[in-house]
Design a protein around this ligand. Structure first.
Ligand SMILES: [Zn+2]
Length: 123
């Protein structure tokens, strides 16, 4: 169907026109009653990252998740090595593990906060 006709149809059905355009094809996006942005030309919903700040935030969460995974692997690795160590060597190992677990917990907290944030609606 002609996207213009489709948009008109959606608007009659209660959707609203927005100032946004589709990043893929440039067609004006409509906001559906569900709150989703929709491209009538691509026939799919579009998720817009509203600001540079939010894009940066999203990126940081992904990167922190990666760091957390590396820390977790290290904890497991140290845990496996403990078995083979003498008592004096073990103290250093456990100290390192304790630090890593501490970092891991902090990263988990940060990660949790990132997920709880509500997306801001554009004005
Ligand atoms: Zn499109």
């Amino acid at each position: 169907m002609d996207p213009v006709k489709k948009i008109a149809q959606l608007v009659r059905a209660g959707a609203t026109l927005t100032a946004y355009t589709c990043p893929a094809c440039g067609t004006v996006l409509v906001r559906l009653k569900t709150g989703e942005l929709y491209c009538a030309n691509c026939e799919r919903t579009v998720v817009l990252v509203k600001t540079e700040e939010e894009a940066q935030q999203a990126l940081e969460i992904v990167q922190l998740r990666e760091v957390r995974r590396i820390v977790f692997d290290k904890i497991l690795q140290l845990g496996r090595e403990i078995e083979k160590l003498s008592a004096s060597e073990m103290v250093d190992h456990l100290r390192s593990m304790s630090l890593l677990i501490d970092i891991y917990e902090r990263l988990s907290r940060l990660h949790g906060e990132g997920q709880r944030q509500q997306p801001k609606s554009p004005s």
